[in-house]
Design a binder for this molecule. Structure first.
Ligand SMILES: CC/C=C\C/C=C\C/C=C\C/C=C/C(=O)SCCNC(=O)CCNC(=O)[C@H](O)C(C)(C)COP(=O)(O)OP(=O)(O)OC[C@H]1O[C@@H](n2cnc3c(N)ncnc32)[C@H](O)[C@@H]1OP(=O)(O)O
Length: 275
């Protein structure tokens, strides 16, 4: 494994393994065993087929490397992740759409059930799929006050899949999730903290990264096995539906996304984004 000193977001030099460098940068601190995975796909870290594939491959690699924890963050100025790449849904090629959705399912399962503790350092806006990724980590630290987070699918004229919804229910509870999902609510950092969608709010990225690291350091005294078993038991009810219904979920998305009404809504939404 290549060893070198590199400059991390914390502006400190640390001895670390440099795992990869592309749309995703991943570094592992040798001393703590904590990986920092930085999404860096300008302009907004939208999740397309190739990016998701890279994220999933990296998560599986970190698991094999037996890292002690992971921080997921963004290398962009003001966006953590803009969610799924809407162009994957608009006038889709059915084969590519099927691959895209399958990789999304797999990436979510890898992240949600990661064997190591995970923290999202949300240093920018985090709508829809970006919010899903943040909610799938074990702890969320968000940089405030100017960014927003939430599952806004209804605002695009689409529906958050069951497993997106269940993930939100697991974080903020049934009632709050229902109101949040139906209204497509994007929460400010303060609102997200109040509702329990995030765990901490910090004024800048450096202090958010430090907070995330502090959280992961709690696990130095906890057996990885005990951690993983506890997490599996806690998260099993949320993941089981997708594990049992991957094909059904895919078939539904293929049909739903190719319907003229949905295509019309997506076209209008994409146009509004371009404006
Ligand atoms: C029972 C039902 C079961 C199943 C239902 C089936 C299917 C449901 C499927 C999926 C669920 C969907 C999940 C999603 O994640 S959809 C994505 C939702 N994301 C958004 O709405 C975010 C939109 N973007 C923004 O709000 C802003 O871009 C953002 C606040 C993130 C950043 O703002 P900023 O001012 O910094 O950048 P912009 O100028 O807006 O954007 C720059 C550039 O990027 C393009 N863009 C932005 N977001 C996306 C995206 N998600 N996908 C693709 N492209 C995106 C934007 O158009 C600009 O492009 P250009 O003008 O060409 O530079």
């Amino acid at each position: 494994m290549l060893r070198r000193y590199i400059l991390l977001n914390t502006n400190k030099f640390v001895n670390c393994r440099h795992v990869s460098q592309s749309m995703l940068q991943s570094t592992v601190d040798e001393k703590s065993g904590i990986a920092t995975v930085t999404m860096n796909k300008p302009p907004v870290n939208s999740l397309n087929l190739e990016f998701l594939d890279e994220i999933n491959t990296q998560l599986n690699k970190l698991q094999k490397d037996k890292i002690r924890g992971m921080i997921l963050t963004s290398g962009l100025q003001k966006v953590f992740c803009a969610g799924l790449d809407i162009t994957e849904f608009y006038n889709p090629n059915p084969d590519r759409l099927a691959k895209f959705w399958t990789v999304l399912q797999d990436t979510w399962l890898s992240l949600y059930m990661a064997s190591f503790p995970t923290v999202a350092v949300i240093n920018g806006h985090s709508p829809a799929g970006g919010c899903l990724f943040a909610m799938s980590c074990d702890y969320r630290v968000m940089v405030g006050p100017k960014y927003t987070i939430g599952l806004n699918e209804t605002k695009l004229g689409i529906v958050a899949p069951k497993w997106f919804q269940d993930t939100m229910v697991a974080v903020i509870g049934q009632r709050k999730a229902e109101v949040s999902l139906t209204t497509g609510k994007m929460y400010t950092t303060d609102e997200a903290l109040q509702v329990g969608l995030i765990d901490e709010s910090l004024p800048d990225a450096d202090s958010a990264l430090k907070k995330g690291t502090q959280f992961l350091n709690n696990f130095q005294r906890i057996s990885p096995w005990a951690f993983k078993m506890t997490k599996d038991i806690s998260r099993q009810p949320t993941v089981q539906w997708l594990i049992d219904n991957k094909q059904k979920d895919l078939d539904f998305v293929l049909k739903f996304m190719q319907s003229p009404d949905v295509q019309k809504s997506l076209g209008l939404y994409l146009q509004s984004l371009k404006k």
